[in-house]
Design a protein around this ligand. Structure first.
Ligand code: BES
Ligand code: ZN
Length: 459
């Protein structure tokens, strides 16, 4: 059994170089959804491969129809096998004008909880990925070895619906098989309190395109007479929720269970301040389902949200036009046994049934994954929780996750593996938004946490 203290000391001693390494990765604009950045996605993957090779991993880039995967092994026959998952791709940066400094020029800034690493991908997910790699470095540079048989698997399409993932997992089944998956793409409870995420919501992505006349029309010449696709779209979107905030799609709540009394009680005990949570983003009033607590809305209830809407003239000034076309991007967060395909079908039928004459409609599928609940009873979970708690000096909470990480469901379905979701993000990291940040403490103590967790899993 290798001692952990010298590993932690090594991680501390490496901290400046570790930050330089993270900055290098953050400078690569690996935006997966935008084809213009495909070469940068590849560059980020190559950077990680060379980093992992230098640590003695057998690392390589794996081509897919989309962006490449990174797979790296450091085998240890007889030891417990873990698969670490993270993603090297990032969200688009727009609106660029709202960034205080350029998104791909990482730097440190002073914040309320100490220094912050600023830049797109700092928290989601490059900073988190590097916590694990730096923990591995700490072990290797101290003991020449890791305590576990480790495979690192990094995806480059997580932020764009993981189109290549299922086929890749199928093909690499034997190579990726491990006793447990470790995922670093979630958050802490707050800046002092670490957390393990016990559930994730699923996601269905839909785009709806409504067209009416075969061209844009003058709204004086045709207004009031010709069908307007924005009007039709707005009307159908407005019908998706009732006055109590419930989603009106037929069958939408099939498979959604009430949370158990135990879980409800444990969530009620969490020191959650609604006013502070909403106040942080300039809001005051929860807009979800009536009669539900905010944590329940976030972690245990499904949603329907409009993520984008276009149509007509949106430039500066004004134009009296009846547009030919209007579009909307809609996402559904799923929980429990909600079936993504049924939700998609129900949505499409609902839209078709509610459109007036002269509207043609088309739909685009932007991916689907079901909600997932992870086991929390086993020894690995308890040992990891204890390790996290000792690093942070306070008991790690078990929280729900409002976001989605589709691969977690795929690991279970395709490879039969459970995942342990440990991450060091904070609610105010502004992931997917301008001025994304990651606390320097999250990065440094995150690396120390993974070292402790690896040691705890090995014992
Ligand atoms: N790290 C997030 C997921 C997350 C966010 C988990 C907050 C728990 C709390 C991840 O990178 C992400 O953003 N996922 C997308 C998935 C989608 C594009 C398929 C999401 O949740 O929107
Ligand atoms: Zn994300």
């Amino acid at each position: 059994m290798n001692a952990i203290d010298p590993v932690l000391a090594k991680i501390d001693a490496n901290r400046h170089a570790a930050l330089d390494r993270l900055f290098e990765l953050l400078r690569i604009p690996s935006i997966s959804t935008d084809p213009a950045f495909a070469a940068d996605c590849r560059k980020a993957a190559e950077w990680l491969v060379s980093e992992l090779k230098s640590l003695g991993f057998e690392a390589s880039l794996r081509a897919t129809p989309g962006h490449p995967m990174v797979v790296a092994h450091r085998r240890k026959p007889g030891a417990k096998r873990v698969l670490f998952y993270g993603h090297y791709d990032v969200q688009p940066v727009d609106p660029l004008s709202l960034w205080a400094t350029p998104p791909f020029e990482p730097h440190l800034k002073n914040g309320a909880n100490g220094q912050q690493i600023m830049g797109r991908g700092a928290a989601d997910d490059k900073g988190q990925v590097m916590t694990f790699i730096e923990a591995a470095r700490g072990f290797i540079e101290t003991h020449g070895d890791l305590p576990l048989d480790v495979t690192i698997f990094l995806e480059g399409e997580e932020e764009s619906g993981s189109p290549s993932l299922d086929a890749f997992l199928q093909a690499a089944k034997d190579e990726l098989k491990a006793d447990l998956v470790l995922v670093c793409d979630t958050g802490m409870w707050d800046a002092e309190t670490p957390a393990i995420t016990g559930s994730l919501r699923g996601l269905v992505g839909e785009e709806v395109i409504i067209t009416c006349a075969d061209r844009d029309l003058h709204s004086g010449g045709f207004g009031g007479l010709a069908q307007n696709p924005i009007r039709a779209l707005a009307k159908v979107l407005a019908k998706l929720h009732d006055d109590d905030g419930k989603v009106t799609l037929p069958g939408f709540y099939d498979g959604v269970d009430e949370i158990s009394a135990d879980l409800r009680a444990s969530w009620e005990k969490l020191p959650f301040d609604v006013a502070e949570f909403l106040g942080d983003v300039g809001l005051k009033t929860p807009a979800g389902e009536k009669g539900r607590s905010v944590l329940e809305m976030l972690w245990a209830r499904p949603t329907c949200e409009m993520n984008g809407i276009t149509g007509g003239y949106t430039g500066d000034g004004f134009k009296t036009v009846l547009p030919a076309k209007a579009t909307a991007k809609i996402s559904f967060r799923l929980v429990g046994r909600q079936d993504p395909q049924k939700i998609r079908d129900s949505f499409r039928t609902f839209v078709r049934d509610h459109l007036p004459a002269d509207c043609a409609v088309e739909f685009l599928d932007h991916g689907a994954s079901p909600g997932i609940v992870l086991p929390s009873g086993g020894a690995a979970f308890q040992n990891a929780r204890a390790a996290l708690s000792s690093e942070w000096g306070s008991e790690a909470f078990i929280i729900g996750g409002g976001g989605s990480i589709p691969v977690v469901g795929a690991f279970k379905k395709v490879l039969g593996m459970d995942s342990l979701l440990i991450g060091f993000g904070l609610d105010d990291d502004r992931i997917h938004s301008p001025n994304e940040k990651y606390e320097l403490a999250s990065f440094q103590r995150g690396a120390r946490s993974w070292a402790r967790v690896m040691a705890a899993l090995a014992s």
